[in-house]
Write a protein that binds this ligand. Structure first.
Ligand SMILES: [Zn+2]
Length: 148
């Protein structure tokens, strides 16, 4: 029997496992099927999955993914910068020459994965337009269960 996330009137919304969806997004795959590509290009989300047809344009991961990526990169680099300064007492220009490109490269490398993970989370929790897409597409009918 499929676990039901919530029920409104006679519409059963199926439970979507959170962590598999986040992992699929993290690895740039569709949060529903795990096979379709999430991005078209560097970081542009496909409007719908090419394999299962899930609508993906409902996400609101733009600003949050940038914020989280900067947060992660900052927490990775600041201890390294402080450690390097404590050990080698580098010039400011040397710090800038090392850490600015490192920060830029790390940010660009992490941004699509973080965006995909947030999209997976939003999809699993029916956030934003993913809830209306599920109810209007008849997704609830596939997982409808008899609960008595
Ligand atoms: Zn898919």
């Amino acid at each position: 029997m499929t676990e039901v996330l919530f029920m409104l009137h006679d519409i059963h919304i199926p439970h979507r496992p959170l962590w598999p969806a986040v992992w699929r997004g993290l690895t740039h795959c569709c949060p529903r099927c795990g096979s379709g590509r999430l991005f078209n290009g560097y970081c542009t989300v496909q409007p719908r999955c090419s394999v299962c047809g899930e609508e993906l344009h409902h996400h609101r991961a733009r600003e949050m993914s940038v914020y989280l990526t900067i947060f992660i990169v900052g927490h990775l680099l600041v201890p390294l910068i402080l450690f390097a300064e404590a050990i080698w007492q580098l010039e400011v220009a040397t710090h800038a020459a090392v850490w600015l490109p490192a920060g830029a490269i790390l940010t660009l490398a992490l941004l699509p994965s973080v965006k995909g993970a947030i999209l997976g989370l939003q999809w699993a929790l029916y956030m934003h337009g993913f809830a209306t897409a599920a109810t209007s597409a008849g997704d609830h009918l596939m997982a409808r269960t008899e609960r008595r």
